[in-house]
Design a binder for this molecule. Sequence first.
Ligand code: HEC
Ligand code: HEC
Length: 461
Amino acid sequence: MRAAAIARAHRLALGWLLAVAACRADPPPAPPAAAAPAPPAETAASRPEPAVAPVAVPTIEGFSPQELRAALKLSPLPPLPPDPTNRFADDPRAAHLGQFLFFDRRLSASGEVSCATCHRPELAFTDGKPLGDAGGDAALPLDRHTPTLLNAAWQRWFFWDGRADSLWSQALHPLEEPREHGFSRLALAHLLHQAEELRRAYEALFGPLPPLADTTRFPAQGRPGHAPWESMQPDDRDAIDRVFSNVGKAFAAYQRRLVSRDSPFDRFIAAVRAGDTARTAEYDPVAREGLRLFVGAARCVRCHSSPTFTDREFHDNRVPTATGAPRRDPGRQRGIARVQDDPFNAAGRWSDAPEGAAAEQLRYLPRAADSFSHFKTPTLRDVAVTAPYMHQGQLATLDDVLAYYDTLEQAVPTHSPERTLAPLQMAPEQLAALRAFLESLTGAPLDPALVAAPPTPDLPQ
Ligand code: HEC
Ligand code: HEC
């Protein structure tokens, strides 16, 4: 009966492929009567990989039908989701300027800090430290661990507590955070105005900068809460906020290109779909057993679901703090209030889709105590490169993470009504298999042109 259902699905898929092929010829035929799957949405910047022709019924030896189904849901990565709140999201000039600024240390109070200080390309855009810090003797650590930026475009909420709802509004936080760039939106606008090459690139894309030469109207630095900022005319503050949000949109356009795909696991699933037994055999059998546990007995896919290995939700995994002190980080509980109050959120005036779906979902977030110390389910792609782990970097290695999940030893009490985790209680070989699976999620290297500062902020003509 299962085989019959799969055969039917294949007939439908074949029908759709034929219809698509026919659509390319003129004149277009009437749509097929059967409910064929809709073609996937795609954005201008990313064409989906060509659909794998349904030539074989996928099977993985030793996998139950449920395990197989769950495994197939984890690959391939779907097309890049559009971000209507950022009309520059897929503009190549914005991505280029964003990439230039990502490596530009002038965007900091000390002149020493860029995004790449903490998000280092060679560490999958993390820093290898438990807690993020800007480096230098005086730098205070942040409260949380630096996450990867790979595949961030598929996220719905940003930061461990989800206090930003877009990639572009996220970027505005580190720029003004004293322990990160320590910059201000006014200083940023003046930098763009004064550095000839930045000004040209910015204005070609976003239009003229405000008349920043007038420093009585536009003080040299300041952000909300600072006297110089508060003394400004409302319209002038708006003009600076416009510049600030545009810079965020350029950062986002760059980060949307940081896509990790084509890991050994993806190649395995592609081979399974194609029924190519020679290629399926290339996958490490230990990792394959780890996959079976990941989608099956270990139930990791309850939260690490989807091709980016996250349900894009928040949970309390009850990981003890690094110091053993009681937990004080409210996590998602405060994140909800902060994202709803953020003037740069999807519903705000700097959003390019203030009535869109992202704005709508902001209204339905419960401001409840239930989410105290809940943190975002992180992606597991490239996880072998992003140690240490968890929101405070409490766990040094993947073995430590798996040992924690295995026993939940020292798990702290939770305020959450959600019963999230039970100890795995697995054999050492099973934990080793899970680790081998996690290690098979490292994607192909990025285009080298994406991982360093380009020579100029504007695209060469
Ligand atoms: C001093 C180190 C540091 C600097 C500099 C820094 N970041 Fe981060 N970044 C972090 C840390 C730590 C977090 C997690 C903070 C949290 O969740 O509260 C983070 C989170 C993020 C996230 C959220 C990822 C996710 O999955 O939720 C993005 C995106 C990001 N940073 C991009 C940037 C950009 C763009 C810049 C430059 C404008 C930047 N960062 C500068 C340390 C840094
Ligand atoms: C109830 C949801 C849930 C389940 C089930 C779950 N995880 Fe997680 N996982 C999370 C959350 C949430 C975090 C971050 C927790 C934190 O920082 O406090 C996390 C963190 C991790 C990390 C660290 C990643 C990083 O970048 O810091 C790894 C690795 C991981 N999980 C693997 C697994 C594996 C393997 C399983 C199955 C044995 C599993 N998880 C089961 C929700 C879950």
